[in-house]
Design a protein around this ligand. Sequence first.
Ligand code: GLU
Length: 437
Amino acid sequence: MPQFTNVKVSKVSEQTSLFEEALKPLKRAANIVNLEPDVVEVLSNPEQMLIVSIPVKMDDGRIKVFTGYRVRHNTSRGPAKGGIRYHPGVCLDEVKSLAFWMSVKNGVVGVPFGGGKGGITCNPKKMSEGELERLTRGFAARIAKFVGLDQDIPAPDVGTTAQIMGWFTDEYCKIVGKIVPGVITAKPLSIGGSKGRGTATGRGAFFATLEAAKTFNIPLKGARVSIQGYGNVARPIARDLYEMGCKIVAVSDSTGGAYNPKGMHPIELTKFKTRTRSVKGFPGSKEITTIDPITVDCDILIPAALENQITKKNANNVKAKLIIEEANGPTTPEADKILHERGTIVVPDVLANAGGVTVSYFEWVQNRMGYYWSDEEVDEKLKQAIHKAFKAVYQNAQQYQVDSSKAPQQSLMDLRTAAYVTAIKKIVDAMRALGRI
Ligand code: GLU
């Protein structure tokens, strides 16, 4: 298998990589449950990492070579599961972090999977459909032996779509000579995709918001919501929260943002973005930057773009009382500490955005059975899964609370550490049962 050594490392600061930062909550949770340092060391290293080069014939006739990755972090609880990202910032360090977060997320929400992730360093916004198809087929061919129904099951992530999953399925099935729709999830419905998968991440985040609002007494009617990253995962939650009486006061995407304290209609925003490819310039709104939604005056903040958006530089300016992390890794550990000290409730990514992989699990189950569920069944099962996961995380936050003399939000352990405690216990139990540690 081709391996490259000159890989880029995404820097959070001059000293540390994203992966090193990603391991910090693991180390905190490990201390709480008295996990042996050797076991922490095992969990701090992905099981396998594959790096491939993918030559693609571009529309102008030239051949361009792309770099692709698939990382399997831990497979004690089941086959590796996690998406594939197409983005210019993709590098090994990022894919390792994303794979690690998938192990934790799958543990939190209780789907029988380990964690994996993949990605290709590319800019899908600047590629034609034909180029994207050839890139995807090339990637599928390179990683076909690494993935599989009982090994490692990809899905979409930032920059990838149901159509990309369709091309991947086709290429994989041709290579293995079998029809295996369950090798990848979030496919189009016509080839075995699950009902509800397209909106599952947003729907799961919505259910997590309902749980948090109920638990922490945050009224949703009239709540002002700010969303960073108005893409596929943000639109369903914007619609659901709007229907609950929330006001969408700020949104942004990679081109800029829109702010209107009176509120913006999510469906109109979607139509506008589809037409103009940007939320910038939405009628009646004031223009803001991509990062501004993090610090605008609001009650609920939903970072739904990329990692490292809430940092020690802007955490003190966050006005929201509740943060629902739809993106993976949007808050740095330093920012996390600041937010917790200020009493901001952060529903962490590994819980808040677990709806996507939960319905991916449902899809995988349906593919294996060859029997398909209705929208209602999928939605109800997702709601139950998020309810159960939230309850378990909250119970851990109460059990390991830090200082009962403080206000409830500050006396509780932060929900991220509580989520890691929930997941780590399950992963370590599985590792011990297998005799791996
Ligand atoms: N990429 C999504 C995530 O980060 C979905 C993964 C999946 O469905 O396997 O959770």
